[in-house]
Design a protein around this ligand. Structure first.
Ligand SMILES: Cc1cc2nc3c(=O)[nH]c(=O)nc-3n(C[C@H](O)[C@H](O)[C@H](O)COP(=O)(O)O)c2cc1C
Length: 427
């Protein structure tokens, strides 16, 4: 397990010593500078997809603003010479309470996509939750991670056979938990993507877990529902999309030039990927098909949290998908205390949506999270410098967490208490 002891001071030292030699971090440390640099490095379509949210993006903004309404009240004279960031989760000791969110279509940010993230996560011992919408099949990422921890995030499609197949593959490639995302029964209303008329899946991007799946491949031979075959106008842009579909399908552009499968795969994906009719009773099917811990992602209501515990679910992720699904939804941090109280330490409660730095991690833990997941920030690191960029962003978050812990007068993650926070005057 990588050693993150004293990571705060070690990281500061490394950056400042390099600074003496005239070097500045290639990946900005300050959040707003990181955002700006990532935007400059990405195409308008990629930026819209990653940075955008639902509707007026009020929830997306509220996710971060919710952190400003809490203030850390430090204690002094606590001997914080050594600090412990590690935690235990589902029987495994992790070097820190940080995981990486499942994020789809990473090829929009960097050509190495999920593979670069897998390598960075493994180097730092931070569990990586493979996305169901990944650009690289889970087996390829797992093979690059040795024994490092990884989980799999599942979207429950219209095909139970496909669900079972994805879960089986996740188990076979060493995933240690299944995260079932519940807030995306339909794609949210995302004006930035709509204004560009851009949905990456139509180019065959972000569907690698499907095109590498034997059950999905078998589905390609079956007739599609009539609306799935809607034809775009024939013009250069549509031809470019058709070529992209072929290039993104296993085998690559030239092998697929004459094949109808790449287009069929996109259409089949669109017809299959989500199941709005999903309900509590369906969870039994998942339980029957895996021995791995099951976490529900997107739980914001304490009654849903209680119900999940009653049904034997192993963990929750309090999340609103980074404000990408429903505008006007409660900020994830505002939902956390009530969910944590309802769960009452019976199962782990993870948190995402709005984590931008180590102080945010501290606040989420103080409000009842067992661990937190980092989302957009690592994608920005990826866009700027591939694997190294992801490593830098993670290291910066861990460094700030370590320093925040010490400066707050706390010596271990387990020692972060609710009393460390007060309501802030910030609006
Ligand atoms: C570009 C993008 C793609 C995402 N793809 C997925 C996904 O495939 N599956 C999933 O469960 N969540 C997905 N999410 C949501 C993240 O897992 C996480 O909930 C969100 O990024 C947290 O918000 P934050 O990044 O603003 O902190 C995605 C988020 C972004 C920004």
């Amino acid at each position: 397990m990588p050693d993150h002891s004293d990571v705060g001071r070690r990281r500061q030292r490394a950056i400042f010593v390099a600074g003496v030699g005239g070097y500045r971090p290639a990946v900005p440390v300050a959040w707003s500078a990181l955002e700006q640099a990532a935007e400059a490095a990405m195409t308008p379509e990629a930026w819209a997809y990653v940075a955008g949210g639902a509707g007026r993006e009020a929830t997306m903004k509220a996710n971060c603003a919710a952190f400003d309404r809490w203030a850390i009240v430090p204690r002094v004279l606590c001997d914080v010479e050594t600090r412990e960031l590690s935690i235990e989760l589902f029987g495994r000791r992790l070097p820190s309470p940080l995981l990486l969110c499942p994020i789809g279509v990473l090829e929009m940010a960097h050509r190495e996509a999920d593979l670069a993230v897998a390598r960075a996560a493994a180097a730092l011992g931070v569990p990586y939750i493979f996305s169901n919408q990944a650009s690289v099949p889970m087996e390829t990422c797992a093979a690059a991670m040795d024994q490092a921890p990884r989980w799999f995030q599942l979207y429950w499609s219209r095909s139970n056979e496909l669900v079972a197949s994805l879960v089986k593959r996740a188990e076979a490639c060493g995933c240690e938990a299944i995260v079932l995302t519940l807030d995306t029964t339909m794609l949210g209303w995302r004006p930035r993507d709509l204004d560009l008329g851009s949905l990456p899946f139509l180019k065959g991007q972000g569907i690698a877990q499907y095109t590498s799946d034997p059950v999905f491949r078998a589905l390609l031979a079956q007739p599609l529902p009539p609306e799935a075959g809607a034809q775009p106008p024939l013009n250069p842009s549509a031809v470019a999309t058709a070529l992209a579909q072929k290039a993104n399908f296993p085998g690559g552009l030239f092998e697929n030039l004459a094949s109808a499968e790449p287009r069929a795969a996109v259409q089949r994906f669109l017809a299959t990927y989500s199941r709005p009719s999903l309900q509590w009773d369906d969870l039994k099917f998942l339980r029957q098909h895996t021995r791995l811990p099951i976490l529900l992602k997107g739980v914001l209501h304490p009654d849903d949290a209680r119900k999940a515990v009653e049904l034997g679910i192993d963990g929750l992720v309090v999340s609103n998908h980074g404000g990408r699904q429903m505008d006007g939804e409660i900020a994830a941090l505002d939902a956390l205390p009530a969910v944590a109280e309802a769960v009452h330490d019976r199962i782990p409660v993870l948190f995402d949506s709005g984590i931008r730095g180590g102080a945010d991690v501290f606040k989420a833990l103080a409000l009842g999270a067992t661990a937190v997941c980092l989302g957009r920030p690592y994608v920005y690191g990826l866009a700027l410098a591939g694997r190294r960029g992801v490593e830098e962003v993670i290291s910066n978050v861990l460094a700030e967490l370590d320093l925040t812990l010490g400066l707050a007068g706390v010596t271990s993650v387990g020692g972060i208490e609710r009393q460390a926070l007060a309501r802030s005057g910030a609006s």
